[in-house]
Write a protein that binds this ligand. Structure first.
Ligand code: SF4
Length: 217
């Protein structure tokens, strides 16, 4: 076998896809971030008839190129809820309006091998939109987000994803200095709302592209 690592991940992604589909998510597999963008633009988004689009500050979404492809398309109103040039109140208002968007796109902090999503939010706008509000939700998930079970997923979020996010955002938290969670009481704490999404209500409202590459934190 010339590429056992790729073969391993293809098998793993196919297994996770089946578990997610059994949990009422619609699931696609992409070989790369570029392919994920193509699947979203050619297969997933056109039948939705979405006009308004918002997002949850996802590195995975941006790194596929999909965010800018939609933002540059005049057929879509893209609410840029993370536009750093906007005052904080305006960003909050956009995040409130995002709950009424036709389509919300984001990543997930972790996904378990039995097909559940595990997320931890600072404000809650991202996990709220995954659960309720936008007509459609699209998650872009790199293979690095797959964890064996809920406990592993929560460990990953607290001791990898959150510290790296704090480092990226220049948060004044102990994890940004030490690289692991101190269950802090810092005003900059980004860990406030846990969610475990077991299934998609309604069937297929949440669509997931599993990507055979590492994406995001
Ligand atoms: S609780 Fe505080 S120290 Fe722990 S990961 Fe979150 S922000 Fe970092």
């Amino acid at each position: 076998m010339t590429d056992p690592i790729n073969n391993y991940w293809q098998l793993k992604l196919e297994a996770v896809k089946q578990r997610l589909e059994a949990n009422t998510f619609d699931v696609y597999i992409a070989d790369s971030a570029e392919k994920a963008k193509e699947i979203a633009l050619s297969t997933i988004i056109p039948p939705l008839g979405a006009k308004s689009v918002s997002w949850g500050g996802s590195v995975s979404f941006v790194s596929t190129g999909l965010f800018h492809a939609l933002k540059d398309n005049p057929d879509f109103e893209v609410m840029d809820t993370f536009d750093t040039s906007l005052p904080a109140e305006q960003k909050f208002e956009l995040r409130r309006r995002s709950l009424m968007a036709d389509l919300f796109i984001t990543g997930t902090n972790a996904i378990t091998e039995d097909g559940r999503l595990v997320n931890l939010d600072m404000i809650g706008n991202r996990v709220a939109a995954i659960m309720w509000g936008p007509k459609h939700v699209l998650l872009i998930v790199g293979r690095n987000k797959i964890c064996g079970n809920i406990e592993d997923a929560m460990y990953r979020v607290k001791n990898y994803a959150a510290p790296v996010n704090c480092m990226k955002l220049d948060k004044k938290t102990p994890c940004a200095k030490k690289g692991f969670c101190h269950d802090c009481s810092s005003p900059d704490r980004i860990c406030n709302y846990w969610t475990i999404t077991e299934k998609s209500f309604q069937q297929g409202r949440i669509k997931i592209i599993l990507v055979n590459e590492d994406l995001g934190f």
